[in-house]
Write a protein that binds this ligand. Structure first.
Ligand SMILES: Cc1cc2nc3c(=O)[nH]c(=O)nc-3n(C[C@H](O)[C@H](O)[C@H](O)COP(=O)(O)OP(=O)(O)OC[C@H]3O[C@@H](n4cnc5c(N)ncnc54)[C@H](O)[C@@H]3O)c2cc1C
Length: 390
């Protein structure tokens, strides 16, 4: 067995086992010699959220989309602490967990992701459904079932936010509702999918149009009640009835308490080119919580699974460089393209050297995500299931 790095007295601690944190931990587990690493993640399952739509529709099974950490980390020398980090003392390099444990780290990777942001809009917290994690699925599925049980020409499901999640969800729920209710999509900006590739936006517009989704552009949600949503736009304010409102209109980072507190940039943790905190170089921040303070919304890396995975892989190399007393490198995001799910059996892809829409794009999207699923043996099992499915 190769001995650990000389002088590594405290472990590397990774907070959050999502795309960025899990990629970091798996990357570290492949290093020789392998440094001691602790992954702190309260959940027992990793959730491959880009496939949440297919889980909701029953096109994929839970084990394909949400493998458990025990099997993902088996034999990789990673200690999984099932706990939530409540605070990080940056000066003493100590973290404290919700269960009261204190841990010292040599290097820290913060990758705690984001959660939906209601921007303080009245009623969203109390009345909106979400589509962000595994636990959001059941309430949404129950609402769809309820609407299907009592089909009515006047029932309406409203989705706030026409970014990728809102658009993909709208297509999927229309297919699942099968005419039981109409679907309305509300967007503050003047177009859907503002950050998407033109081809994908066009395909998404066609898919929404084909499914009869009503799109309200330049429209702001002012407040939400149990049965209605107050909207404002160029024509003033108006009230729209709803039988379910799904909030996909924004997210903000989920951060433990940091001491000393730090100034956020555009609501996220500013990092150096090496994804480190400038005042605490033994701390990296990755994924949805991090932001490049030099870039803007359009020029810096996106907040996506793709960027989070690349950052996790970069972080593992960066941690190794630090242990070897080598210089830091700069993270460069490589855009591998964009894939959108557009209803049952349908998708659009721009990237991988092609632009493609329809059932073939749907199959290719599933296969591509499969190769990105962490844990090869599990991936191969999933491949088998997908390849034989009709
Ligand atoms: C429905 C949906 C569809 C999406 N589809 C795509 C897509 O098709 N392509 C794409 O590139 N991106 C997609 N995204 C975006 C992508 O999922 C995120 O950008 C990505 O998950 C960010 O990775 P992360 O590691 O920063 O955070 P996450 O993957 O969210 O992981 C954060 C982890 O940290 C844990 N955690 C949080 N707080 C603590 C704490 N205090 N202590 C310990 N652990 C903690 C959480 O339990 C979680 O497991 C989608 C997002 C959603 C919601």
């Amino acid at each position: 067995m190769t001995p650990p790095y000389s002088g590594q007295v405290q472990p590397i601690v990774v907070i959050g086992g999502g795309f960025a944190g899990l990629s970091t931990a798996l990357g570290i587990s492949r290093l020789h010699p392998r440094p001691a690493v602790v992954l702190i993640e309260p959940r027992d399952r990793f959730v491959f959220v880009p496939l949440l739509y297919e889980l909701m529709s029953g096109e994929l099974k839970g084990w394909e989309v949400a493998p458990d950490y025990a099997s993902l980390l088996e034999g990789r020398g990673i200690s999984h602490l099932r706990d939530r980090v409540s605070s990080v003392d940056l000066d003493s390099s100590t973290i404290t967990t919700a269960s009261g444990q204190a841990l010292h780290y040599s290097q820290l990777v913060m990758a705690t992701g984001a959660r939906p942001d209601d921007f303080g809009i009245p009623g969203v917290r109390e009345h909106a459904l979400h589509f962000h994690t595994l636990t959001d699925l059941q309430p949404l599925q129950e609402r769809l079932q309820e609407l299907r049980r009592h089909p009515s020409g006047s029932s309406s499901l409203v989705i706030a936010g026409a970014g990728a999640t809102g658009v993909e969800l709208a297509c999927k729920v229309v297919d699942l509702l099968n005419g039981a209710a109409s679907v309305q999509l509300i967007e503050l900006g003047d177009q859907i999918l503002p950050r998407s590739k033109a081809f994908n936006r066009e395909q998404a517009e066609k898919a929404l149009h084909k499914r009869g989704v009503t799109i309200h552009l330049n429209t702001k949600v002012e407040s939400v009640s149990e049965t209605s949503v107050m909207l404002s736009g160029q024509q003033g304010t108006r009230e729209l009835h709803h039988d379910g409102l799904v909030w996909t209109a924004g997210s903000r980072p989920t951060l433990p308490d940091l001491s000393p507190s730090m100034e956020l940039h555009r609501g996220r943790v500013p990092v150096t080119a090496a994804l480190r905190l400038s005042a605490y170089p033994n701390v990296l921040a990755l994924g949805d919580i991090a932001v490049d303070p030099e870039g803007d919304e359009l020029t810096s890396w996106p907040h996506s699974a793709q960027a989070a995975i690349q950052q996790g892989q970069f972080a593992a190399r960066e941690l190794q460089a630090k242990l070897r007393h080598e210089d830091s490198k700069s993270f460069i995001f490589k855009d591998l393209g964009e894939m959108l799910s557009l209803g049952i059996g349908d998708a659009t892809i721009t990237g991988l050297g092609l632009t493609l829409a329809g059932p073939l794009a749907f199959k290719l999207r599933r296969l591509t995500y499969l190769t990105r699923l962490p844990g090869l043996s599990l991936g191969l099992r999933a491949a088998g299931a997908w390849l034989v499915s009709p």
